[in-house]
Design a protein around this ligand. Structure first.
Ligand code: 5GP
Length: 182
């Protein structure tokens, strides 16, 4: 089995690049069909969503804006539960716009919940959420927040690669890896 070593931890291959790309083809087509030619604003949640964002944007054939927010709630391999907005730099006017939030992974949902609260104050027309990875077993807002586009449902494992890091490393891996059990 293919593994990578990042600092003190070993990770094993979980979702290979070709499967990720095939799934992004499907998701992006769904987004195109639903949102259409309405000049949406894609809001990418940094750092982890940068690769996913670029793949979704490359497949979007109409005019759109792209903006970035930097948020972090993870320290090491667990969610701190403490969401901090480290950059608030949305330049696009969001009023009456279709917003598509692009996330790398939704875990407890605390990050997306706090982001939705912030974004709704700008009176957008609609906010949709697309995430490459989703951990349904730990998501706390099942009856409250609808995740519109999900790449892969995964178990409650710590994953890296395809934009996701462990203490800053692993974002450049083109496959997704999970922490190898000891
Ligand atoms: P939530 O607020 O939903 O608990 O966590 C969302 C954020 O935590 C993600 O945007 C990501 O930065 C980080 N995160 C959650 N699960 C993982 C994981 O398995 N691996 C990595 N690298 N980051 C994760």
């Amino acid at each position: 089995m293919k593994t990578v070593q990042l600092n003190d931890k070993t990770f094993e291959i979980y979702i290979p690049q070709n499967e990720i790309e095939k799934r992004i083809d499907v998701l992006s087509q769904e987004i195109v069909n639903d949102i259409g030619d309405t000049t949406p604003v894609f809001i990418s949640v940094l750092n982890g969503a940068f690769l996913f964002t670029s793949e979704i944007i490359k497949r979007f054939p109409y005019n759109c804006e792209v903006d970035f927010l930097k948020i972090s709630s993870y320290v090491g391999t667990t969610s701190s539960g403490n969401v901090s907005l480290t950059t608030n730099s949305i330049k696009a006017s969001l009023e009456n716009r279709n917003i598509v939030v692009l996330e790398d992974i939704i875990d407890t949902g605390l990050t997306i919940k706090s982001l939705l609260n912030d974004l709704s104050t700008y009176s957008p027309k609609k906010i949709s959420i697309a995430t490459l990875l989703f951990k349904p077993d730990v998501f706390k807002f099942k009856n409250e927040i609808e995740i519109n586009y999900i790449g892969f449902d995964i178990a409650n494992d710590f994953v890296v690669g395809y934009g996701l890091d462990y203490n800053g490393l692993g974002r450049n891996l083109l496959d997704i890896y999970k922490l190898k059990p000891l």
